[in-house]
Design a binder for this molecule. Structure first.
Ligand code: KIV
Length: 275
């Protein structure tokens, strides 16, 4: 059980501000996605710094090929579930496609809903120079913003697939421009996804805010993984993923054993019955 209670002093909680200090102390930041109460509680108690209610729910929870169909209402719903399991971690709600691209005003309104209705402590959005104004306006509304540059899955159609970004002279320059633009706009951290490891090293040295890598090599200030990938609940994970356990095969084994024991009337036993 957690040693932290609902009345834990706020200084024990991870905040956007405390994450920034971690970079200067060279203490790596941990981030995992979560989509429900049970896993949120497990990850929070395991000491994960940041829980992201990612629009990756489109892939791993909803079974879609891309994150594009995910709606703001769906992210708000899952953020609310996760918020009930969070005591210490920073809870970041992801802004899905269509919830911030129309205008900076729309971006502020969507962010406010994620905080008010979902219980998010911060929001994340994808993009660089072209979302800088949205980041400025959301930050001005006192909501911390995590940015996301490099391979941005919501741009899958424009990128022509899920391709590594930041290759070649122009690609490298664009990633650096984007990273600097989101920092300048007020983002407190930035996810670097799907870029060469050397470029991630350069960007991490260039920025004052923490970088959190996914498929971006070891020198980022932190690392993030999608929970289904690292827990073995998703067969089709990318090559940069490390699978720490195979919960998928354990669950299948348990389901088979249950079916067998119900079939041969071994379950329920005497001790499972009310008297
Ligand atoms: O939606 C998501 O889970 C993400 C992470 C992969 C960073 O954006």
């Amino acid at each position: 059980m957690s040693t932290l209670t609902a009345s834990s002093p706020r200084e024990h909680r991870v905040t956007a501000r405390s994450l920034a200090q971690r970079k200067s102390r060279d203490e790596p930041i941990t981030m995992l996605t979560a989509y429900d109460f049970s896993f949120a509680r497990i990850f929070d108690e395991a000491g994960i710094d940041v829980l992201l209610v990612g629009d990756s729910m489109g892939n791993v929870v909803q079974g879609c090929e891309t994150t594009l169909p995910v709606t703001l209402d769906e992210v708000i719903y899952h953020t609310r579930l996760v918020s009930r399991g969070v005591r210490r971690s920073l809870l970041v709600g992801d802004m899905p496609f269509g919830s911030y691209q129309v205008s900076p005003e729309q971006a502020v309104e969507s962010s406010i809903r994620l905080v008010k209705e979902g219980g998010a402590h911060a929001v994340k959005l994808e993009g660089g120079t072209h979302v800088a104004e949205a980041i400025e306006r959301i930050s001005a509304a006192q909501i911390p913003v995590m940015a996301h540059v490099g391979l941005t899955p919501q741009s899958v159609n424009k990128m022509g697939g899920f391709r590594v970004q930041g290759r070649g002279e122009n690609g490298r320059a664009q990633v650096k421009r984007d990273a600097l633009a989101v920092q300048e706009a007020g983002a407190f951290a930035v996810v670097l996804e799907g870029i060469p490891a050397e470029l991630a090293t350069e960007v991490t040295q260039l920025l004052e805010i923490p970088t959190i890598g996914i498929g971006a090599g070891p020198s980022c200030d932190g690392q993030v993984l999608v929970m289904h990938d690292m827990l073995g609940l998703n067969d089709e994970h990318p090559s940069f993923v490390k699978q720490y356990v195979n919960l998928g095969s354990l669950a299948a084994q348990a389901a088979r054993q249950f079916a067998e024991e119900v079939g041969n009337r071994k379950f329920p036993e005497e001790r499972h019955c009310y008297r």
